[in-house]
Design a protein around this ligand. Structure first.
Ligand SMILES: Nc1ncnc2c1ncn2[C@@H]1O[C@H](COP(=O)(O)OP(=O)(O)OP(=O)(O)O)[C@@H](O)[C@H]1O
Length: 240
């Protein structure tokens, strides 16, 4: 879904790294404290074709580490749906204000989908590290968190150019045939959209093959195996 310009985590920023005391953050977990080095506060970006299994894998990551990761609250020019609260689900804004923010270089990345703008502001990324991001269920992700991005290829290109210094992981389908089965199996995508997504998937897989575009590529064939690989990679360097 489009608005998954959701979250990110930020590269070690000055407010997190300037004093010795901040070189190690402490994340409170259910029964213990987990020291997290500043290196691990780098945002993690997940990308990959629609239907490849990003949401499924990210959900597992949040379930396994409920206090460690967060999404940023995106800006959007679309109208709020029932039950959506400004500042919680999205920062709802006007096209004029959104354009102003683009001009002020306020976004880490932004894009237009279905006639509406969506974007991740620099402030929203900082908010995740300050305990003001979102958890997987939309509730406030309190405490310092590592920002997770779930974004499209164009968004990945933008964050790579920003000063976020994210770790980038591409989730690849085992084959185009299986990707098609997954998209159809979800039962929520119209035929023309499936065809568009499959065509786009080819572009994304080509992009992913280029040298230096990703820090990690995971083939999501067997889900348990893919999650194990993803979890080990995401948790690298995080003391638990
Ligand atoms: N390893 C797997 N084996 C079989 N089915 C899977 C696997 N991973 C995910 N799926 C299924 O594939 C479908 C697509 O997964 P998911 O919605 O997580 O994809 P996505 O990459 O987040 O897509 P989008 O970008 O469109 O939101 C879902 O029905 C999910 O249950």
């Amino acid at each position: 879904m489009v608005a998954r310009l959701i979250l990110q985590a930020t590269k070690p920023r000055s407010n997190l790294t300037s004093s010795p005391a901040s070189r190690q953050l402490t994340v409170t977990r259910s029964h213990r404290m987990t020291p997290v080095s500043t290196e691990n506060l780098r945002p993690i970006v997940f990308s990959g074709p629609s239907g490849t299994g990003k949401s499924t894998l990210i959900k597992r990551l949040f379930q396994k580490h409920p206090d460690l990761f967060g999404f940023s609250v995106s800006h959007t020019t679309r109208k709020p749906r029932n039950g959506e609260e400004d500042g919680v689900h999205y920062h709802f804004t006007t096209p004029e204000k959104f354009q102003e923010m683009i001009a002020e270089d306020a976004f880490e990345e932004h894009a237009k989908f279905g006639g509406n703008y969506y974007g991740t502001s620099k402030q929203a990324v900082k908010d995740v590290a300050d305990g003001k991001g979102k958890s997987i269920d939309g509730t406030t992700a309190s405490g310092k968190r590592i920002c997770i991005f779930d974004i499209e290829m164009e968004g990945v290109k933008q964050v790579k150019k920003s000063d976020l210094n994210p770790r980038i992981c591409f989730i690849q389908p085992p084959s185009m045939e299986i990707l098609e089965q997954r998209l159809r199996g979800r039962g929520d995508t119209a035929e023309d959209a499936i065809q568009r997504r499959l065509a786009q998937a080819k572009n994304e897989i080509e992009y992913c093959k280029q040298e230096g575009k990703n820090d990690k590529v995971i083939i999501n064939d067997d889900l348990d195996q893919a999650f194990k690989e993803l979890d080990e990679w995401a948790m690298q360097g995080i003391s638990a």
